[in-house]
Write a protein that binds this ligand. Structure first.
Ligand SMILES: C[S@@+](CC[C@H](N)C(=O)[O-])C[C@H]1O[C@@H](n2cnc3c(N)ncnc32)[C@H](O)[C@@H]1O
Length: 381
């Protein structure tokens, strides 16, 4: 059976999610910020397991137009819900409505819930109520310009929840965004990697997962593991594939620094939880003390942004000091995510490239400074 699947993406990350979907062997198309593709039950499990930059994996159960509650009810009831939902399914319905005639979200939710319940009672020949004691199927009814899309969330907790975060600081970056920042660099696992503002360690941990090709979902559960029509065999195969593809022998040179010793102990705990404790070198260090004699490395940082006006002078001094310190690293590529609009002026160098990204609701730029390329090996070597 083939399903229409959506990988949802944070604003600005759609192209990266689509690229990941393609690398898994599916054919993505992006519409309204969502990455759509067709796939079977294995695709649902594999995408949950492997997508590093997507928020969630959802299945499109129904798509139709509705301008009246009657239409919404009848068209929802006509869907073969029994294909997805067993007799005892629990199916909470969330909703949203944008630019649509039916704008009362709570009414839309209630109508969809009632229509599905009626359908299931009829098909399963249940006279009274549905027990809703079984597997969980989180549904969403979304209306956009009168087009109704009903989806089933196959992830459960958002995919950024990898299962390793035992501690966090004040402003941790989402794991999905951290993975995206790394994927936007020219890093390969044989190059040195440094996060000079590592906080709770998210960016170095995501780099290590990428470096050893460890599936981001390997240490967590997904709601769709409860669904009989996907089945244990599919999940077992997908977990076996993840185990087979992990390259635990890949040596890595990944370091994370932070000025705050509490952050370094949190980063270490998170890395140990991820099973990467021995692989990443976390140390207390002020960025202005950064020294290295390595070459062709990659620096990825999520420094303080100075969002509060009172913090601005200190942050600007930090950026200026960092620019001075990194000046001599001409073989290194440096990538900084910040919302500070004058970053380049303060840092002292125009970026090779900028990319607009959102850290939560904060609009940021990802400033990219490309280092020199390593010399090509001559043919006689
Ligand atoms: C936005 S947070 C980074 C969050 C991190 N990406 C995470 O996922 O937890 C910025 C970090 O920069 C650190 N920091 C501030 N000034 C610093 C400096 N001069 N040198 C090194 N780290 C500094 C802070 O302690 C804080 O942990």
């Amino acid at each position: 059976m083939t399903y229409t699947i959506i990988a949802t993406a944070a604003m600005g990350l759609e192209a990266l999610v689509a690229k990941e979907v393609k690398e898994l062997g599916y054919s993505p198309r992006t519409e309204n910020g969502k990455v759509y593709f067709e796939g079977d039950a294995t695709a649902i499990a594999r995408c949950n397991m492997w997508l590093r930059t997507a928020d969630r994996v959802k299945i499109v159960a129904a798509e139709f137009y509705a301008k009246t509650f009657d239409e919404l009810f009848e068209k929802t009831k006509a869907i073969e819900w029994e294909q997805f939902l067993p007799k005892d399914a629990s199916f909470p319905v969330q909703g949203k409505s944008v630019k649509s005639t039916l704008f009362s979200v709570s009414d839309c939710q209630a109508i969809v819930k009632k229509a599905i319940a009626e359908r299931l009672k009829h098909v399963y020949k249940m006279e009274a109520w549905l027990p809703e004691t079984g597997a969980h199927f989180p549904l969403e009814v979304a209306l956009l310009k009168d087009k109704v899309t009903i989806t089933i969330d196959a992830s459960g907790a958002g995919l950024h929840k990898r299962g390793y975060r035992v501690g966090q600081g004040e402003a941790p970056i989402k794991e999905t965004l951290a993975a995206a920042l790394i994927q936007l660099t020219n890093w390969y696992p044989d190059k040195p990697f440094v996060d000079p503002f590592c906080g709770s360690g998210t960016i170095p941990i995501e780099a290590a997962l990428i470096g050893q090709n460890i599936a981001p979902g390997f240490n967590r559960d997904f709601v769709s593991e409860q669904w009989a029509w996907i089945g244990d065999n599919v999940w077992n195969d997908v977990r076996t594939e993840a185990e087979d593809k992990a390259n635990y022998d890949q040596p890595l040179d990944i370091e994370g620094f932070d000025i705050d010793s509490n952050m370094i102990s949190i980063a270490n705990s998170n890395a140990f939880e991820a099973g990467l404790g021995d692989l990443i070198n976390f140390r207390v260090r002020d960025v202005t003390q950064f020294e290295t004699d390595k070459e062709y490395g990659v620096i990825v940082g999520n420094p303080p942004y100075g969002e509060r006006l009172s913090d601005r002078p200190a942050v600007e001094k930090l950026y200026a000091d960092m620019g001075y310190k990194f000046k001599s690293l001409d073989t290194w590529s440096i990538y900084m995510l910040t919302s500070h609009e004058q970053f380049e002026e303060v840092y002292g160098k125009p970026a090779t490239k900028k990319r607009k990204l959102f850290n939560g609701f904060i609009r940021c730029d990802y400033y990219q400074y490309w280092g020199k390329r390593p010399p090509r090996r001559s043919e006689s070597e």
